[in-house]
Design a protein around this ligand. Structure first.
Ligand SMILES: Cc1cc2nc3c(=O)[nH]c(=O)nc-3n(C[C@H](O)[C@H](O)[C@H](O)COP(=O)(O)O)c2cc1C
Length: 347
């Protein structure tokens, strides 16, 4: 399946595996890239040496494009800014794509693009998409409040966010948040997205380095078992583990941000994701968790996602009045694509 962004990135299918703190290491990123998508190393919880080792591992496993996800606020506990040394690694190790977030892209984008890298930036709103576009990024990732991990408090859902971002900027838009199967991919391509970014669905894959207990919790979770938690200005979505339930109750009771920050602690996400402490830890997860079943390999998952996405796009035949698989359907699907500014081809 081809879109403007798959051509730009040099990938075969419009699927990006979201960079995920603690859990998107080289095994996952290499498997996704090797299967034709864009694998992303989550550098939020790596230091420069770990990032260099992870990049080299990916490069030994695949010659396909991959990315590094780099949150722009990276301070060590002693206040030292880690960004410059991370960027040095990215440039020295020839990482082709960088996805930034959690900060202004104005400072780093010219540096990265000047060195020939493609740059994407994660945005929660049309306004911030325009700012990222003006900073010179190649594409934006419109991430909704349905996503796992950090989100914008009171942010828009995917269905309304994606078309508004598509209308706001003349560069490719990636849809993220609440997408976990082929139907979600088809839907967001029809909203004008040029690709999707999935996080939670990739946690429950064989190659993800999340603790097996975390993967099991994601696979077993039901539809309404995630919540937003955290102090104002630093809100995340995760499974309803005891610390998350406590923070939700504190917010409802009007507790101060300081008290909620204290309840969140500093280490609970690592304990949940890496140590598998499903009671005392935090397990980031998006609201589509109820769609996540089974523990496939990345290759099997990507096949299934694309097969179902094609089927959903072609199911438009009833609406468009042409038999599935016919030239008319192909033409109709192209027409849907062009209606939404980002043309895509389903065959
Ligand atoms: C465990 C976990 C950790 C994440 N860490 C990061 C991160 O470090 N940087 C980032 O930009 N996004 C992070 N995200 C968000 C993902 O990259 C992705 O945009 C999001 O998961 C998409 O929504 P979904 O979970 O509904 O698929 C994280 C998500 C999860 C589930």
């Amino acid at each position: 399946m081809t879109t403007e962004l798959t051509l730009q990135l040099g990938i075969d299918v419009p699927i990006i595996q979201g960079g995920m703190a603690w859990v998107s290491g080289p095994d996952l990123a290499a498997a996704v890239s090797d299967a034709g998508g864009l694998g992303v190393l989550g550098a939020a919880t790596m230091d420069a040496m770990e990032l260099r080792a992870a990049v080299r591992t990916v490069q030994t496993r695949t010659d396909r494009p991959f990315a590094v996800n780099l949150p722009l606020i990276r301070l060590r506990p002693d206040g030292v800014d880690l960004i410059e040394e991370m960027v040095e690694v990215i440039l020295a190790e020839r990482v082709p794509v960088v996805i930034t977030g959690a900060g202004s892209p104005a400072r780093l984008t010219p540096v990265l693009r000047g060195a020939g890298r493609l740059v994407g930036h994660v945005v929660p709103s049309p306004e911030l998409a325009v700012k990222a576009y003006r900073a010179g990024v190649d594409f934006v990732i419109a991430e909704s409040v349905e996503a796992g991990g950090h989100v914008r408090e009171g942010g828009l859902a995917t269905m309304s966010l994606v078309p508004q971002v598509v209308d706001a900027v003349p560069i490719p838009v990636v849809a993220a948040g609440g997408i976990a199967d082929g139907r979600g991919i088809a839907a967001t391509l029809s909203l004008g997205a040029s690709a999707v970014q999935l996080g939670t669905r990739f946690v429950a894959t064989k190659e993800c380095n999340a603790h097996p207990a975390y993967k099991g919790s994601v696979i077993r979770a039901c539809a309404e078992e995630t919540a937003l938690y955290g102090p104002r200005g630093s809100v995340s979505r995760g499974l309803l583990t005891p610390p998350v339930i406590e923070m939700v109750e504190m917010s409802t009771a009007g507790a101060s941000d300081e008290a909620i920050s204290e309840a969140r602690g500093v280490d609970r996400a690592r304990r949940g994701c890496v140590e598998g402490e499903v009671e005392a830890g935090i397990l980031p997860s998006g609201s589509a968790v109820g769609l996540v079943r089974g523990l496939p390999t990345v290759a099997d998952l990507m096949d299934e996602l694309m097969r179902d996405a094609r089927r959903s796009l072609l199911a438009g035949r009833q609406v468009l009045g042409a038999p599935a698989g016919s030239m008319e359907v192909h033409a109709a699907a192209m027409a849907v694509g062009s209606l939404t500014r980002t043309a895509f081809s389903v065959v």
